[in-house]
Design a protein around this ligand. Structure first.
Ligand SMILES: *Cc1c(COP(=O)(O)O)cnc(C)c1O
Length: 430
């Protein structure tokens, strides 16, 4: 064996990628160098931003070991929260393993900052599926609706723009909190850029200056060099098993924002009177720090995978959201196949590319809460982590797959090759 990388195909061939698939992908890659350079520049900026916050807050070796029991005087936990607050340019932050997932973080932010009689407004249409039960759009035990918090929604206009006229009408004396979802999630509307979120927040604050503006920041962290809290958001909320955990965080959620919003959330997470003072970090602070440190480059790898996937599948004639040339504001790539075979082949490819459970074959199943079978592919180090290479989609028109993640660009690239290989076996493109 030599150290010559001019024939990378050898290793791909060994891993089941055929020459036509490899060459097709490589040809497409040649035209992506400008896009990739832009993604790298953003990662470079964000890497410095995170590093600066860690240095400024004197992250020390002592911060990496955690506490047990009540967790009083947990230096590492408190310092990590100051690091998050500095990166997001907010007064305070709550970053905890006791916040179990993104939905929990969002529910916590909402329930702690709303009181009976208040109204919640979503000016960007239907929120993420799991929030329907938090809000009570679908009746559920413990929902905001059960506690007397009402909800109003203004949909985006058909062209994806804000319906300013109806938003103005929807803001009333009871409106206390406005929730803005940055990512499209598993919908087909466009993802909002931070700049557009800023425009929306300015409009709302002009109507009602004291309203709290919260952004569901899931999948958006580090995709741009600014975050929603740089353009007026009072709170940004997300999951540590997506972008900001860098693939290393084994659990957790964060809320960054004004001192008052974060304080409310802390008193709700633990207990009135206790707030941020309790909550042992156990042994995971090392992963939370190191994951946050890696998050800018991990996010960049996932973004390159998304751009590559869109470029490849658009070339083969499949509609992609966002399309290959559009700017990116989150890491999710939707590809529509209009037939079950394409969706299934794609997911089989992602599964076969995984470092864990690559030998299992994903099968469509009747998932609770869905009206069609769903197929999911994931072989992750952290269960359910969607910053790791993953894909899923419901088996119904338009047979769209939602693809995201990849802890490294080479892995995301290999994953796309593997999907192409499975597609080739079904459709014989080349
Ligand atoms: C993932 C996600 C959530 C929920 O996070 P979970 O960790 O799955 O509970 C909420 N909103 C958006 C936009 C998401 O992408």
């Amino acid at each position: 064996m030599s150290n010559d990388t001019s024939n990378l195909f050898e290793i791909y061939e060994k891993m089941g990628i055929s020459k036509p698939v490899y060459e097709f992908g490589n040809k497409i890659l040649e035209r992506l160098s400008d896009r990739f350079a832009q993604i790298d520049a953003i990662a470079e900026y964000n890497q410095c931003k995170v590093l600066h916050a860690m240095q400024k807050n004197h992250v020390s070796e002592a911060c990496l070991s955690g506490t047990t029991g009540y967790g009083y005087n947990d230096l590492g936990r408190d310092t990590l929260e100051r690091v998050y607050a500095d990166v997001f340019h907010t007064e305070d932050a709550l970053v905890r393993p006791q916040i179990t997932c993104g939905t929990h973080a969002l529910a916590l932010a909402l329930m702690s900052n709303l009181r009976p009689g208040d109204e919640l407004l979503s000016p960007v249409g239907k929120p993420y599926d799991t929030l329907e039960e938090v809000i009570g759009i679908r009746p559920s035990k413990g929902s905001l609706a059960e506690y007397g918090v009402s909800y109003r929604q203004v949909d985006l206009l058909p062209d994806g723009s804000f319906d300013f006229e109806n938003i103005r009408k929807a803001v009333n004396a009871k409106t206390h909190l406005v929730t803005i979802q940055r990512s499209k999630g598993y919908q087909t509307r466009p993802t909002l850029s931070v700049e557009r979120i800023g425009e929306l927040i300015r409009f709302i604050k002009e109507i009602k200056p004291d309203v709290i503006c919260m952004v569901d920041n899931c999948y958006g962290e580090f995709v741009e060099i600014i975050e929603p809290t740089d353009v007026g958001a009072d709170m940004a909320v997300g999951s540590l098993i997506k972008n900001p955990g860098g693939g290393l965080a084994p659990i957790g959620g964060y809320i960054v924002g004004t001192r008052e919003c974060v304080e409310n959330a802390a008193y709700r997470l633990t207990s009135p009177g206790l707030g941020k003072e309790v909550g042992a970090s156990l042994g995971i602070l090392n992963s939370l720090y190191q994951g946050f440190f890696l998050a800018p480059t991990v996010t960049a790898g996932a973004l390159k995978g998304a751009v590559f996937a869109a470029s490849v599948y658009e070339e083969l004639g499949f509609a992609c959201v966002p399309d290959a040339s559009e700017p990116r504001y989150d890491i999710i790539q939707a590809i529509t196949f209009h037939n079950p075979e394409g969706l299934i082949a794609f997911c089989e490819g992602i599964q076969a590319a995984a470092p864990v459970d690559s030998f299992v074959v994903p099968e469509p199943w009747d998932m609770p809460g869905y009206d069609a079978k769903v197929i999911m592919a994931a072989g992750a180090f952290v269960s359910g982590s969607s910053i790791e290479l993953s894909a899923d989609g419901p088996l119904k028109e338009p047979y769209a797959v939602y693809f995201q993640g990849g802890l490294t660009w080479p892995h995301a690239k290999f994953g796309i090759y593997k999907t192409l290989q499975k597609m080739q076996e079904t459709f014989h493109f080349f």
